[in-house]
Design a protein around this ligand. Structure first.
Ligand code: SAM
Length: 351
């Protein structure tokens, strides 16, 4: 494997101080000193000037604001996020306990009304929240980690705000997609984000087949439970030699980037199962790979002719030749032609 980097970053250390004050001491990755009000009563963030930054932030009235929260390192919280958490009239949070836990780590107080806003209720809640925006309220939307709407709630309120002509803006920040892409070492000029792969093996394979001729770098989110199966399917569909990176525990103490070919990363997953959160970044297809894997426009008869040729050339049983030819020519949606139809066409051609 070309490159495997693991770094202990002396990540954010969070210490609850006496009297409810808290401090966030960032290590080498985050030099901000977010020290909460100290015993002498000096202001929070005094040494870094963060208090000044936070108080300078304009918290826009009558607006929906989507804000990114840290994906691991608390010191990645921006001055805008802090100001919004302190000053928004309403905070719509994917998990309210996580919101308070973050506020606690940052040593700040959420003064607005906090409401649960998650995948299961976001459509129902969006209009009620926007009624408040219409009355002049600032509604802050945060997810558990990273950017709302990126495999997280938030899109429903954005769409409804657009429909209703209400202002919506972003306080951008951490998101695992970009972090992983940048660290992968793969081309960043053109990429596509594919979210999580389907859970079911057959759907996952079909989805991957449809991506086989994709020229852009491809980013997937993955979980601990499915990484083994997904790596096996990636190897099966993309072959052993595509370059990729498995990026885990980004911004955290044990951030690790495994870089190599698919077969190498697959082996590393077997030898040392990765723990924690992870993102997979796969190189796009080369021109030759893209040509070879381009979705087929071949008819059933064309596939039958190819199968007959393959059987003769490689001395294969016709059924095996059909299976090979069909697998090599997926349809545009990644599904495969019907074997029985191709077999019947072969019988017809052979007379
Ligand atoms: N909204 C988030 C964002 O902007 O990145 C993504 C939320 S999605 C529900 C959670 C997935 O993001 C995880 O399963 C993992 O694939 C990825 N992820 C989040 N934090 C990560 C981290 N610190 N390191 C690696 N992957 C992470």
């Amino acid at each position: 494997m070309e490159n495997m980097s693991e770094q202990k970053t002396e990540d954010s250390v969070v210490k609850a101080a006496a009297g409810g004050n808290a401090s966030v001491v960032a290590g080498q990755n985050g030099s901000a000193d977010l020290t909460a009000e100290n015993a002498a009563g000096e202001p929070r963030h005094a040494e870094s000037g963060l208090d000044g930054l936070v108080s300078d932030v304009d918290v826009p009235q009558g607006t929906v604001v989507l804000a990114a929260t840290p994906i691991g390192n608390t010191a990645d919280a921006s001055a805008r996020l802090i100001a919004l958490m302190e000053g928004a009239d309403i905070v719509a949070a994917e998990d309210t306990r996580r919101l308070y836990a973050l506020a606690n780590r940052l040593g700040i107080h959420v003064s607005g009304k906090v409401v649960a806003y998650h995948d299961h209720n976001e459509r129902d809640k969006a209009d009620g929240l926007l009624d408040q925006v219409e009355q002049g309220a600032t509604v802050l939307v945060v997810s558990d980690a990273g950017m709302p709407t990126i495999n997280d709630p938030g899109l429903a309120i954005v769409r409804r705000a657009i429909d209703r002509g209400l202002p919506v803006t972003c306080a951008p920040g951490p998101s695992a997609v970009l972090d992983a892409l940048c660290l992968s070492g793969l081309p960043t000029d053109r990429f596509c984000y594919e979210g999580f792969l389907p859970r079911k093996h057959s759907e996952r394979v079909q989805h991957l087949r449809a991506l086989k001729s994709e020229r852009r770098t491809i980013v997937f989110y993955e979980t601990l439970h499915r990484i083994d199966d997904s790596m096996a399917d990636l190897l099966d569909v993309f072959g052993p030699n595509r370059r990729m990176a498995l990026c885990r525990e980004l911004t955290k103490d044990y951030e690790q980037i495994r870089r190599g070919t698919i077969v190498e990363i697959r082996q590393s997953v077997i030898d040392e199962p990765p723990r924690g959160e992870m993102v997979l970044v796969i190189a796009g297809a080369s021109e030759e790979e893209a040509d070879a894997a381009a979705p087929t426009t071949l008819s059933i008869e064309d596939l039958a002719v190819l199968s007959i040729d393959r059987a003769q050339e490689d001395n294969l049983r016709i059924k095996d030749a059909i299976a090979q030819v069909i697998a090599e020519h997926p349809l545009a949606d990644g599904s495969l032609a019907n074997r029985k139809q191709v077999y019947n066409a072969v019988l017809k051609l052979r007379g």
